[in-house]
Ligand binder design. Structure first.
Ligand code: NAD
Length: 457
């Protein structure tokens, strides 16, 4: 862990103001980008070792996302840092008003293991762009990625600016958060640990961003393009072996097209991952035995109509489709976070919405339909962190969209400019000229009520 003296050193370094200039921030982002590209192959090797991701998948879902986020920050940094002119109300004329973005200070970023690189480094880009000092805490469960990221960070940044802290989160994080007042904590991980982080932060009134998990539903209406839906659901559900926070957790399909969808999903999974997904270049593995056992526990929660094969020695669970899943089965109570997809038929929207409402405010919601009106009705009906129409998960790869949850799936948002804003304080500034200072604003007030009512309305 970073001991408290090291954290205090970071605070002092921040106080010098060195991290605040445009030139400094831009240079750090450029150095950071160069180092990631320099270690690109090591990152591929590490992601393969941790999660059996191919370089192509790693680029699309990890390193490429970081590079594109860095490119956006580097090109837009000057504009993001500009104070934003806003109108001034009648009461305060002829003052002028603007919003200044101020760095927060020393912030803590905590990452999970499922996309160990981008979920730790993307928030870091926002924090650097916004002029902060950062403590980075990766997950201890993706050790190969952890080692390469440590190398990158320590090669590029001095520890009083960006400090890389390894170890068991349950001991390392409380040791820091209970003894040092961070200016912000950005946490990605499970809802259960999110609550622990939120409580520790509350003790010191530290603001938080919580990027959590949950059950993201996927609805397939009877007018959907079933073959396209099957492809887009299968890629989002089975890539990274289902260990994706925005994976479609379960599918609710109109009963008239259920069989057609199940057949299309089976055919698609065969095409994507071959008859033996364990040997497939395109298919990953579970992160560890604990997660393997947890997900295997769901396999008897319904009828296996596809897959269901496992190999503990290789942490392998094949892409699996379950039907006849009872509403009270454990798989419908907990986030699955593995390659097991329950497909549940519904007769009408009300029935499907009642199922979704059992886990309100999911991180993501997906609706497949040919009708824009039907899509809009669903978008209105299901509050969620984000959503896709005729797609799954890809909204998170567009940095022009804010990414985050609501309620149990999280609080706060990031990506692109939203990351910069997350790590900046919006300081309200009013500048008032001295040449105009009417006596009416000052006591005595008696008799001015009518005028005040005219000015303040
Ligand atoms: P986790 O909550 O187990 O761990 C996340 C981080 O918290 C790790 O760095 C870990 O060291 C630390 N940690 C663990 N126990 C702690 C404790 N008691 N006190 C303080 N810190 C502790 O999460 P995970 O298993 O790594 O990730 C999976 C979960 O994350 C899933 O629920 C998934 O949906 C969610 N997730 C969300 C997003 C998102 O963007 N919203 C992205 C990826 C994963």
């Amino acid at each position: 862990m970073a001991d408290i003296a090291s954290l205090e050193k970071m605070r002092q370094y921040f106080s010098t103001g060195v991290t605040k200039t445009y030139a400094f921030r831009k240079e750090q982002l450029q150095k950071f980008k160069a180092s990631i590209l320099k270690h690109e192959q090591e990152l591929y090797d590490a992601l393969y070792a941790d999660l059996k991701k191919s370089p192509e998948e790693s680029w699309v879902t990890e390193t490429g996302l970081v590079i594109s986020e860095l490119n956006a920050a580097i090109s837009h940094l000057r504009g993001w840092m500009q104070p934003e002119r806003v109108s001034t109300n009648l009461l305060n004329l002829p003052s002028r008003s603007r919003v200044m973005r101020e760095p927060l200070g020393v912030v803590l970023i905590i990452g999970p293991w499922n996309y160990p690189v981008q979920l730790l480094l993307n928030p870091l880009i926002g924090a650097i762009a916004a002029g902060n000092c950062v403590v980075l805490k990766p997950s201890e469960f993706a050790p190969a990625s952890d080692a390469v990221m440590k190398k990158i960070i320590e090669e590029v940044f001095p520890p009083e600016y960006i400090c890389y802290v390894q170890g068991d989160g349950a001991s390392v994080i409380p040791a820091m958060m209970n003894n040092f007042t961070f200016d912000h904590v950005f946490y990605t991980g499970s809802t259960m640990v999110g609550k622990i982080i939120y409580k520790m932060a509350a003790e010191r009134l530290v603001p938080v961003t919580l990027e959590l998990g949950g059950k993201s539903p996927c609805v397939v209406e009877e007018d959907a393009n079933i073959n396209v839906a099957a492809r887009r659901i299968a890629i989002a559900k089975f890539s990274n072996c289902g260990q994706m926070c925005v994976a479609p957790d379960y599918v609710l399909v109109h009963q008239s097209v259920k069989d057609k969808l199940v057949e299309a999903l089976k055919k698609t999974a065969d095409q994507f991952f071959s008859a033996d997904p364990q040997q497939s270049y395109n298919y990953g593995k579970m992160i560890n035995a604990k997660q393997f056992d947890r997900v295997c526990g769901y396999l008897n929660n319904g009828t296996i109509v596809y897959g269901g094969k496992t190999d503990k020695d290789n942490l392998y669970i094949s892409p699996t489709i379950l039907t006849d899943v009872p509403a009270d089965a454990p798989i419908m109570q907990e986030e699955i976070f593995g390659p097991v997809l329950p497909v549940i038929p519904f007769a009408d929207a009300a029935e499907a919405q009642a199922i979704i409402a059992k886990h309100p405010n999911p991180l993501a919601f997906y609706i497949y339909t040919a009708s824009s009106a039907t899509a809009n009705e669903w978008l209105q009906a299901v509050p969620a962190g984000g959503a896709c129409v005729n797609n799954s998960s890809w909204h998170l790869t567009n940095h022009h969209l804010p990414f985050g949850g609501r309620g149990f799936s999280g609080t706060g948002q990031y990506h692109g400019k939203f990351s910069f804003d997350t790590f900046s304080h919006k300081k309200a500034v009013m500048k008032t000229p001295t040449w105009f200072d009417p006596a009416i604003k000052y006591p005595p007030f008696k008799g001015k009520l009518k005028l005040f009512k005219w000015v303040i309305r």
